[in-house]
Design a protein around this ligand. Structure first.
Ligand code: ZN
Length: 247
């Protein structure tokens, strides 16, 4: 082999080695990408029926089957002490937040935990819930539970004063208009999260006042058989505050 051939062969071998090295590095990178995909890849598609089945099985095995006497008694008699109005927000389930067992609370959940003024022509489901809870279930306390970062209150705060929207959500959250007005009158410079938090709390107090427009509530409070409680769950700080009571 001539000197030139040896040089060419050496160069060719070096080039091959470099190529192999590059291929190795590429393979390694690809492998890492595949591994990453396997670990953090997209979650499996949501299967609601599977979730329901698994969730109920968990409850049946870990709770229902272990507390047969409790559930047998509950099947015969349901006497919850609480009526609770809470938001539909998935983060504020009162049973979860307040550690309530089945049988302890009659619950209504709606956007922004509103209780409108008694009106037989409108919002009659709220009237029906209140009547049933007091007349049949004999509840002794009514809790209105507001919460932090409420989407419904956020919508209320952003609504123009003279909105006449027929949108379902806008019309519903407008029930809190008086609370918003009251907060802005006291805090004209409030804005952003501070304003929303103030309205979230004032709206709870407004709902407590509205509850008294239902005759059964008014009588129950006057007779000291029902206590009204305004509460506020802050899931950012992990706090629960009592805003006020009426009894
Ligand atoms: Zn909410």
């Amino acid at each position: 082999m001539s000197e030139q051939s040896i040089r060419e062969a050496t160069t060719s071998t070096e080039s091959l080695s470099r190529n192999e090295k590059e291929i190795d590095e590429r393979d390694q990178n690809n492998l890492e990408n595949i591994t990453t995909l396997q670990v953090t890849g997209p979650p499996p598609a949501f299967d609601p029926l599977k979730k329901i089945k698994e969730g109920f099985n968990h409850f049946k095995i870990n709770d229902f089957n272990k507390n047969t006497a409790y559930y047998r008694k509950l099947a015969e008699k349901d006497e919850p002490k609480f009526l609770i109005f809470a938001c539909s927000d998935s983060r504020v389930c009162p049973a979860n937040v307040l550690n309530l067992r089945p049988g302890e609370a009659f619950v209504n959940r709606n956007i922004a935990n509103m209780v409108p003024v008694s009106n037989k022509a409108k919002y009659c489901e709220i009237g029906a819930i209140i009547k049933y809870a007091i007349a049949v279930k004999k509840v002794e306390a009514i809790l209105v539970m507001g919460h932090s970062r409420c989407g419904g209150i956020n919508r209320l705060v952003s609504l123009p004063d003279k909105q006449t929207s027929s949108d379902f959500v806008d019309e519903w959250v407008s029930l809190g208009k008086a609370a918003k007005k009251k907060v802005l009158a006291k805090n004209p410079k409030a804005s952003g999260e501070q304003l929303r938090t103030l309205v979230e709390k004032e709206s709870v107090m407004g709902s407590l006042a509205n509850l008294l427009s239902y005759p059964l509530v008014k009588t129950g409070v006057a007779n000291k058989k029902i206590k009204l409680i305004g509460g506020y769950y802050d899931f950012v700080k992990g706090n629960f505050d009592i805003l006020g009571t009426r009894s």
